[in-house]
Design a protein around this ligand. Structure first.
Ligand code: GLN
Length: 455
């Protein structure tokens, strides 16, 4: 813990940590030492971690990187961060992210962007660590903590993991309780671990999962010992390669990475099968209807009364002006865009044309996966992102170009499946590149074992 705290003190330029909690960390580290001395030490006991600012942490600022939650210090702990705390993990601080987890580059944060510790070749241009869990990825990659929590609504664990050479697991929808995590799109949101290795993801992931009566979508299922399942033996496993992910204009290095990964799994004894997921091309537009729709509803609670920020009032202002000014000043431009898109697609006149249609297409996307798994495929291998980390500032002015980053990751959330991003190579500038494995529901253990064979 002390080594991490001093690393953090020297790393302000990365912008990864937005609320530091050194006293709390030392107190928890001492308690962890005590537990170890008493022989009561779960795997996470004493492990210094960072927690994404989206998780409510008791008595510690939890702002979802938004001005509208300025000064908000929850009186409760999210179930997931509480499980880690109870397992003895030591929180070093809260980590940067895109505002309300909306973004792919950590550039929509009220705290300013986080920076990727990697550089392209000899260039000194600052790169994005990805988003929305950019602070988590940056902190893990720069050794400011041993692991971090992330959340993934459309790729926010897996894409930043790919950009920073770290491992990111998005569990099956329902594995991790959403209770106490600031809601973005409730039917898509999942918490998960961001770590240096697959083994660490197995250990930390298990500690984060489990049934919680406070989240009605939380699954009441046993969480197996994932670490014990890491044998590296994948003989006879069927790995699907979906043709629809071979996008036009995909960089040759990504093609190469993908075929190298395929060859590796084949050499390890897996059977490689070409598969089709025909509705893939509708995934991005479907996601960018459903996610803003749910966000516009979830974000209605930020009204200047219950939480955080309230705008200055002018004489004569009533409650309507208070709401309007607070929301106009408290939400950044990307969040406002999502709220507007969301309210539009949910409005009486357009509900059927957009929201309902997107929901139906979502079912078709899910069915594509169901059919492939029913035909005997154990896991699906794809690239995690269409490129390596890009420069900060490069894409922020064009939302559509930013949304295209999520092309390989959003299908997994729409279908509620587990997905893991594993670093497997470098591009010509030495930047990390990653592959994604998608598994059957509740089979995170098998999925991590396949990732282990790729690592
Ligand atoms: N980049 C996607 C978005 O902006 C995904 C974000 C996420 O997974 N939280 O919505």
């Amino acid at each position: 813990t002390q080594a991490c705290l001093s690393a953090i003190d020297g790393a302000d330029a990365l912008g990864a940590i937005v609320h530091k909690t050194p006293e709390l960390a030392l107190e928890r580290a001492k308690a962890a030492d005590q537990r170890r001395a008493e022989g009561d030490a779960p795997d996470m006991c004493g492990i210094p971690i960072g927690v994404k600012d989206l998780f409510c942490t008791e008595g510690v600022a939890s702002q979802a990187a938004s001005k509208i939650l300025d000064g908000f210090k929850p009186e409760y702990e999210s179930t997931v961060s509480g499980k880690l705390r109870d397992a003895g993990a030591v929180m070093l601080g809260k980590l940067n992210m895109d505002e309300f987890a909306m973004g792919s580059s950590n550039e929509t944060s009220v705290y300013g962007n986080a920076v990727n510790p990697w550089r392209a070749g000899n260039s000194d241009a600052s790169l994005t660590p990805g988003g929305s869990s950019g602070g988590s990825a940056s902190a893990v990659a720069a050794d400011l903590c041993l692991a971090a929590t992330g959340t993934d609504t459309g790729g926010s664990i897996r894409q930043p993991a790919a950009f920073t050479g770290t491992v990111g697991l998005k569990p099956t929808y329902g594995r991790c309780s959403r209770w106490g995590i600031v809601a973005f799109a409730s039917s898509l949101d999942q918490a998960g671990p961001m770590t240096k290795t697959v083994r660490d993801a197995a250990i930390m992931g298990r500690a984060m999962m489990g049934h919680d009566a406070k989240d009605s979508t939380s699954a009441n299922l046993e969480v197996p010992d994932f670490e014990a399942m890491l044998t590296g033996d994948i003989r006879g496993k069927v790995i699907g390669i979906p043709q629809e992910y071979r996008m036009e204009g995909m960089p040759a290095e990504i093609e190469q990475l993908w075929s190298d990964g395929t060859a590796m799994l084949k050499d390890a004894g897996a059977e490689i099968r070409d598969i089709s997921l025909p509705h893939t091309k509708y995934a991005l537009p479907t996601y960018y209807v459903i996610a803003p729709a749910e966000a516009s509803s979830n974000l209605a609670r930020y009204d200047g009364v219950r939480f955080g920020y309230r705008a200055e009032m002018a004489p004569g202002d009533g409650i309507t002006e208070m709401y309007e000014k607070t929301r106009a000043e408290g939400f950044g431009p990307e969040v406002q865009r999502r709220v507007m898109v969301g309210t539009y697609v949910l409005s009486a006149g357009f509900y059927d044309a957009y929201y309902n249609r997107a929901r139906r297409v979502r079912t078709l996307i899910k069915r594509d996966f169901d059919e492939v798994f029913a035909a005997g495929v154990d896991a699906i291998l794809t690239p995690t992102t269409p490129s390596a980390a890009f420069e900060l500032g490069q894409r922020v002015s064009d939302p559509v170009e930013m949304y295209l980053n999520d092309v390989f990751t959003v299908t997994v959330n729409l279908a509620g499946l587990p997905g893991v991003a594993v670093p497997t190579g470098k591009d010509r500038n030495g930047l990390p590149l990653g592959l994604q494995l998608i598994g059957r529901p509740w089979e995170e253990g098998e999925l991590l074992n396949t990732a282990y064979a790729l690592e």
